[in-house]
Design a protein around this ligand. Sequence first.
Ligand SMILES: [Zn+2]
Length: 393
Amino acid sequence: MPANYRTLLDRTKTEIREVDVLEAKEMLDRGAIAIDVREQDEVDQGIIPGAIHITRGYLEQRIEDAARDKTAPVLLYCAGGVRSVFAAKTLRDLGYADPISVAGGFGAWKSAGLPWRMPRSLTPEQRRRYSRHLLIPEVGEAGQHKLLEAKVLLIGAGGLGSPAALYLAAAGVGTIGVIDADTVDDSNLQRQVVHTTDRVGMSKVESARLTINAINPDVNVIGHETRLTKENALEIFSGYDIILDGTDNFATRYLINDACVLLGKPNVHGSIFRFEGQATTFVAHQGPCYRCLFPEPPPPELAPSCAEAGVLGLLPGTVGLIQATEVAKLILGIGEPLIGRMIMYDALGMEFRELRLRRDPQCPMCGPDAPTSLDEIEYTDVACMIPAFAMAH
Ligand SMILES: [Zn+2]
């Protein structure tokens, strides 16, 4: 017998699991994902905190980005619990093991007195400030919210961290952490543009905070006036979504890599040497990590100090902005990140080349015998800034 709407609904209900709103709340509290499949005008009236909004019409296309683990339970809700039944059936067809419809939907949730919130919207000032973002469909209001909610850690407020700080702040990245133990020196000012002449002697973290908030008071700057060590790296990194490596020494570079691999955080990497720079994005297990390329630091005699190496003051501006662009793309989920690719920039020839990078299946950090903590790893400082390709050749 051909199904009509009623029989289709009844039959579909027998095929999927339903829970009431109280059970749904408990599952959410235990970390289950909730997908709101209502239309935008419905969501504008209120949403369950933590829920991801994907309208029913885009569910098939977008669910795999929102809920990557198909073995985990996924709660679906609509206004009254009907559309979510069909949405759950769709997820079942897509291979999800445990799609669950919330009976009664958002209406029942509100009636039960459970927490809900109005969706975030930009203030009139933010609409003006970010208007050029709002005009781009790939960014838009949803993207600007992603930027405002993102937490990015800059390792070093130096040559690479400076341009990244300026532009990430201007773009509206809502939380920028800065870790640096140094004070501003007058020899920094040739390239470290987040600092100013009148701040020589001030801590770099404080100087960066002043500049970032002068550009954009929306940004919450978290200062870490300390050296990054294996004792504090995991704890500091765990408060951030993305790590930008603007460091100038190998010990820290390996430490950043290892901590990011352990925590599964993207590590946006840059380095500079005289007239040449390079940038890539390491995302553990999606591409190589730094140790896949260079399992061990070079011997000290092959790694010149910063003072010996020198750098064209303009070079870190280009490289730091490639890194900042990568960070913004990762936050927005758009474009092709530099995973498995390294951009090599030659300022004198004004050439960009691209190097394909491969994972090392036996990598000491992301391979099968990788350590599960930093405890046993030695990080010895062997100075700075020689780029990886100079080491490799
Ligand atoms: Zn690796």
